[in-house]
Each structure stands twice: as C-alpha cells, then as structure tokens.
Ligand binder design. Structure first.
Ligand SMILES: [Zn+2]
Length: 155
C-alpha cells in the first residue's frame, strides 16, 4: 500500500517533517525497548529451562511452580509481541499521514501525549470530554437500573 497516495486522496496535507521525525522517533524508540525486553525474557526462560534439566530431579511442587512462572513469562512476551504489532501498525499509519491525529476532532495529538501514550487516538481535550460522557452514561445506566428494579418490585 502506498501511503502517500492515501494521504492525498483523503485531502490531508503531508505531515510536518519535524513532527514526522519526532513521532517516528517515539515509535521506533518504543519498538527497540520492547524488542530488547522480549529478547532478554526469552533468554531468561531458556536459561531457566536448561538449568532445571541440569539440576535433574525436581519434586512435583517445584516443577509445577516453574511451569506457572514460564507461563507468566510467555504471557508477558505475548503481550509485548502484541504491542510490537501495534507499533508496526502505528508506523504504517505514520507513513500514510494518519497517525497522531485525534479520532474525534482531527487535530494533531500533542507529541508529549503520544510519547506517554503512543496509541492514543484522541487528543487530551476529546479524551477528557469522553471520560466525562462515559461516567455520565454509567450514572444514567445505574439510575435506569435502579428505576427498573423499583418497577419490577412493584410489578
Ligand atoms: Zn480531539
């Protein structure tokens, strides 16, 4: 897929080159961090596995404990792998000039915010407005729930 054409079709101007570099830097830095963490963890898991074979006899309790730890490790690695996929996705969107814009208002999302939350899809204002709305909806739902409970009790 040729990203630059997509951006033109959407009528969106090419991203400011400085911002592009900045956002790309944020994503690639995050990518490197996670890669080295995953590689470190995989080494640990392998090292532990090898160690237990050398140790030879482990009682059942100990070995099942190890399994759980390995499972947790693998779950963590899997989570990291998913994050890596999200970063790749974000880098693709960056090429298409669709990354870093607010889903609600279309404004550029602040670089500081993206550094803290690389997968933020809303600007701070829209996110806050949304949180208020979510809370209000939840409150309304609770009230409705209470009201219907009251009606049920009467019926
Ligand atoms: Zn917004």
């Amino acid at each position: 897929m040729s990203g630059h054409n997509v951006a033109r079709e959407q009528g969106r101007q090419a991203m400011d080159p400085h911002r592009y570099d900045e956002l790309k830097g944020i994503l690639e830095e995050r990518r490197r961090e996670i890669m080295s963490e995953v590689q470190g963890r995989m080494r640990d898991v392998r090292a532990e596995g090898a160690g237990s074979t050398v140790q030879g006899v482990l009682d059942a309790a100990e070995s099942s404990e190890l399994d759980i730890q390995d499972e947790i490790e693998f779950a963590l690695i899997q989570m990291k792998a998913e994050t890596l996929n999200k970063i790749d996705e974000a880098l693709r969107r960056l090429e298409e000039s669709t990354y870093g814009y607010c889903f609600e208002c279309g404004e550029e999302i602040n670089e500081k915010r993206l550094r803290a939350l690389p997968f933020a899809v809303r600007c701070k204002d829209c996110e806050e407005a949304r949180e208020v709305k979510v809370q209000r909806d939840r409150l309304m739902a609770q009230r409705r729930g209470a009201a219907s409970l009251f009606i049920d009790m009467q019926g």
